[in-house]
Design a protein around this ligand. Structure first.
Ligand code: NAG
Ligand code: NAG
Ligand code: NAG
Length: 616
């Protein structure tokens, strides 16, 4: 929230800060002029932005460019320190999913593939180098089908999954024909089949979860049907599946269903999907299906394809015994009954269940002793919490036709409708009016953003992250099929808003920004961070958070940060040492508002023998 400067002290500080702003402005103007667009390897749009967004002339302060040019800019604002590139072997470093650290943890229940982050003293304080030859990904929708080889130089998938048509290597690009282990006829045909049962076409199903997603072709092809899938797969021996997904411009995170709860709120997804995702659904007392049940909205669908479904026909091809497969399917059916899911249909190798709208319409559940209910009072408190073999309760209803937790409008009307969690007062202190105000505020902010960065709404930025998403206002204001937003709700946020974000038909995840995000380097085109550094003040190092942002950001990607002027001034000095070009701009309501906006563009540089790495 913007705080107007009131005391004399604040005013003095603001004035000082404004002077610094002007100083920086000039510095970058000059710097911009020096650098020209000499990097060339990526697209030059981002540099173009830096060049064009020269200096804001701040109102009521006389600003003479010529005078300022004579000043020595480095005296006005200098980097706090210069960060060096890390050694090239870190080019695909994922701090919390590091193979060497993973091997120290038990393989049982995939524990070793879960998040295991480095302790503070093992964190790197250098910049992750992009691989030599890195180029900007193709624009969507071409990126869905083609990924430059230089960006993910691993051919193992093309060899391992060759027969299954996942990915092919053609010259200097990978081509994704849209195949998958379970959909040799292509993802579109598979989704057509699914859509004959699940209401995808009319906007009822908007958010989906793909467990064990491979290269996320399912999610990639659902996008044109206006469904946003959150796909996850572990970082494992099939190198970099999630990295391919993100290079393709498809939402995905590194993740696994192991021993810890999924980083999503309860009652979030309209559909969950697994095609040969290797999760042992029938094992451990049904704990994995119980976790899917937790994150599935009442009335949501669960789709399972591949073994053991339709085993009678396929057991030979799967090289498993009839008995074994039958037992596995029986176990799954048994747990689905326990969860009170309704079996909707089996088509070929695909089975579809539906979670009931409420407990009233679940006859077997009347007798609650048949199933262990979770006693957790907050079903959304999931960060590093162990999964337990219990069923998460859903809100009570007054009559059997009501949807537990509230009915949701089809997309796109749900985007700006009041989410049931807010309408029902489940987010303490947030009224429908406050939510409406939030929508207006973000529309205004985004207008101001796009006047500075006119590429914001053009599709130039496809993978977008909002590090402190609130109610998803930023994502809603820029909503378009040309891009998607990963709405991150920090685990230390005062309000649990992620459930409401899903109710708007947006996707997101919980995260603690004192640790690395579950993604590969260079996977986001634009990062937005509003109030993030204020939130994490005295919680963890500003430097660590900024280095993580640099890791996640693509070369020539952009950052927009909103925060208090004093904080942004510090952020700026660190950002300059990370090869970012920056520009601090006033709040759209004028220079007296303490909240400012810092725009940054990551310069193009790569590891190895590139001269650009030595420059700047
Ligand atoms: C800036 O100048 C305008 C008109 O010259 C005046 O109305 C406004 O109050 C001034 N603002 C500040 C912060 O001094
Ligand atoms: C969408 O389609 C499903 C299945 O045909 C139907 O039950 C549902 O009422 C429809 N919803 C809307 C909003 O039209
Ligand atoms: C870097 O240059 C040196 C010598 O110029 C060469 O031997 C080495 O292979 C190069 N490394 C890479 C990664 O290109």
């Amino acid at each position: 929230m913007a705080v107007k400067a009131s005391s004399a002290d604040n005013r003095t500080r603001s004035t000082v800060s404004l002077c610094i702003v002007i100083g920086m402005c000039c510095f970058f103007y000059i710097l911009g002029a020096w650098q020209k667009s000499g990097f060339g390897k990526g697209d030059s749009i981002a540099l173009e932005i830096t060049k064009r967004t020269d200096c804001t002339i701040l109102p009521n302060l006389s600003f003479d460019t010529h005078l300022a040019k004579q000043a020595r800019p480095r005296d006005l604002v200098s980097p706090a320190k210069k960060f060096k590139p890390c050694p090239d072997r870190y080019t695909d470093y994922t701090p919390c999913q590091d193979q060497n650290r993973a091997m120290k943890f038990p393989r049982e229940n995939m524990n070793y593939r879960e998040r295991h982050c480095p302790p503070q003293k093992e964190k790197l304080h250098c910049l992750i180098p992009p691989p030599k030859g890195y180029v900007a990904p193709f624009p969507w929708p071409k990126s869905r089908d083609y990924v430059p080889f230089a960006n993910c130089p691993y051919k193992s998938l093309t060899v391992e999954k060759a027969i299954q048509n996942w990915v092919q290597f053609e010259g200097n690009v990978f081509r994704f024909p849209g195949g998958g282990t379970q959909f040799p006829q292509g993802a579109d045909k598979y989704i057509d089949q699914l859509a004959s049962v699940v209401p995808i076409a009319n906007g009822t199903v908007r958010t989906a979860l793909d467990t064990g997603c491979g290269v996320a072709s399912w999610g990639a092809y659902l996008l044109k049907r206006n469904v946003l899938a959150m796909s996850f797969a572990p970082r494992d021996s099939h190198e970099a599946q999630v990295q391919f997904a993100l290079e393709r411009g498809v939402p995905a995170v590194i993740g696994v269903l192991g021993t810890i709860k999924l980083p999503y709120p309860s009652r979030a997804f309209d559909m969950a999907h697994c095609s040969r995702c290797l999760i042992p659904w029938g094992a451990n007392g049904g704990i994995y299906m119980m976790e899917v049940d937790r994150v599935l909205r009442p009335g949501g669908y669960w789709v399972l394809s591949g073994p053991p479904i339709n085993w009678k026909v396929n057991y030979k091809g799967w090289q498993r015994t009839k008995k074994d497969l039958e037992a596995e399917q029986n176990k799954i059916e048994e747990i689905a009954d326990l969860l009170c899911w309704e079996k909707v249909k089996e088509i070929g190798e695909m089975a579809i269940w539906r979670k009931r709208l409420n407990t009233e319409s679940c006859p077997s559940r009347q007798d609650e002793s048949s199933v262990q209910m979770c006693d957790s009072t907050n079903a959304d408190d999931v960060w590093y919490k162990k999964m337990k073999p219990c069923v998460t309760p859903i809100p009570d209803v007054n009559d059997p036709s009501e949807v537990a937790g509230g009915a949701i409008k089809p997309f796109p009307s749900r985007l700006n409708a009041v989410p049931p969690r807010i309408a029902n007062g489940l987010i303490p202190g947030v009224s429908s009016q406050a939510y409406q105000k939030d929508i207006k505020m973000w529309k205004k902010h985004v207008k101001a953003y796009s006047s500075v960065n006119k590429y914001l709404l053009t599709g130039r930025y496809r993978n977008i992250m909002d590090m402190n998403a609130g109610f998803g206002g930023f994502a809603a204001a820029i909503e378009s099929p040309k891009s998607w937003v990963m709405n991150v709700v920090p685990t230390i946020s005062k309000m649990s808003t992620l459930g409401a974000i899903y109710e708007r038909g947006l996707i997101g995840i919980y995260h603690d920004w004192c640790e690395a995000f579950s993604t590969y380097p260079r996977t986001y085109d634009l990062i937005h961070a509003s109030g993030l550094f204020t939130l994490y003040k005295n919680k963890c190092n500003m430097e660590d958070i900024l280095l993580e942002m640099d890791r996640v950001l693509r070369p020539e990607g952009a950052v927009i940060m909103r925060d208090d002027v004093d904080i942004l001034t510090k952020v700026n000095r660190l950002a300059l040492g990370m090869k970012w070009n920056t520009r601090l701009v006033d709040h759209e309501d004028g220079p007296m508002v303490r909240e400012k906006v810092l725009y940054a563009v990551k310069q193009y540089w790569v590891g190895g023998n590139q001269t650009a790495a030595a420059a700047a």
